[in-house]
Design a protein around this ligand. Structure first.
Ligand code: GLN
Length: 255
């Protein structure tokens, strides 16, 4: 079925001013562009600490990354919002949580000072920072995922460990991933994606942006909605350039 007349989606952007390290706001810009190019109105609501937030009023949720101190700043509020958000995601609400946001979508994050920052348990995982003297996981990332190849970059100290049965977002081809040990990157539950990939992620990986938009449309308008394609020449060129850079830097590091 083609798009319904006057389609509209509502996106909740969680803690946009605090959790926006490395320009993760670009994910909102990409979603807005890919919606409006198809005549889909996208209303973006910024949800900050202390704001009332009912996930049932939204079609998509996004949360970006942040340093340990920013994560501490919003954790109590996110935990308060957690049960309703977890229930909505369990009911199929599409969501994207990046890096620090991804970590707090797990059960907890033990930060670089050993302080425990509680998460909301959307994903069955926990994250532990090995301490301020440990190397950070920094660099270009290339993943194999159900959406095909995914590119981005990572910069995190925390190491994330998935519980038995928790699906990763992808498998690492280049980069560190969740913990530089098990080859897993991110996490995936129903229509929720958690990942360490900044970039921002969606502009260079349009298949993921479209998967989130389509999931939101189908949840609101019915499972037979189809998403018309866009001319992704620029996005594909940016994706390939990032993949080449990752390859080149990976080879240089190995020499
Ligand atoms: N503060 C977290 C860490 O260092 C997340 C960092 C981020 O969001 N880029 O692991």
């Amino acid at each position: 079925m083609p798009l319904p007349a006057n389609p509209a989606l509502r996106l909740a952007h969680l803690y946009p001013d605090v959790m926006n390290i490395y320009g993760d706001r670009g994910n909102v810009i990409a979603l807005r562009f890919r919606c409006e190019a198809r005549g889909i109105a996208l209303e973006v609501a910024e949800v900050n600490a202390g704001d009332a937030f009912d996930p049932a009023n939204y079609d998509l949720v996004l949360m970006g990354g942040g340093q340990d101190r920013e994560q501490r700043r919003i954790a109590e509020d996110l935990v308060a919002k957690g049960p309703a958000l977890r229930e909505a995601i369990d009911g199929g609400l599409p969501a994207l949580a990046v890096c620090g946001g991804f970590q707090l979508f797990g059960h907890r994050y033990v930060d670089h000072e050993g302080g425990v920052i509680p998460g909301i348990g959307v994903f069955d995982l926990e994250t532990r920072h090995p301490g301020p003297r440990a190397d950070r996981c920094i660099g270009d990332v290339v993943l194999a995922t159900e959406y095909g190849e995914v590119v981005g970059f990572e910069n995190h100290g925390g190491r994330t460990y998935l519980a038995e049965g928790q699906e990763p977002f992808g498998r690492v081809r280049r980069g560190f991933g969740n913990n530089a040990e098990d080859g897993a990157e991110g996490a995936r539950t129903k229509n929720a994606i958690g990942t360490y990939l900044h970039g921002s992620l969606l502009p260079k990986n349009p298949a993921i942006a479209d998967a989130l938009i389509l999931a939101a449309l189908r949840r609101r308008y019915g499972d037979d909605v189809e998403l018309p394609p866009l001319d992704d020449a620029a996005e594909t060129a940016a994706h390939r350039a990032a993949a080449r850079t990752a390859e080149r830097r990976s080879r240089a590091a190995a020499e």
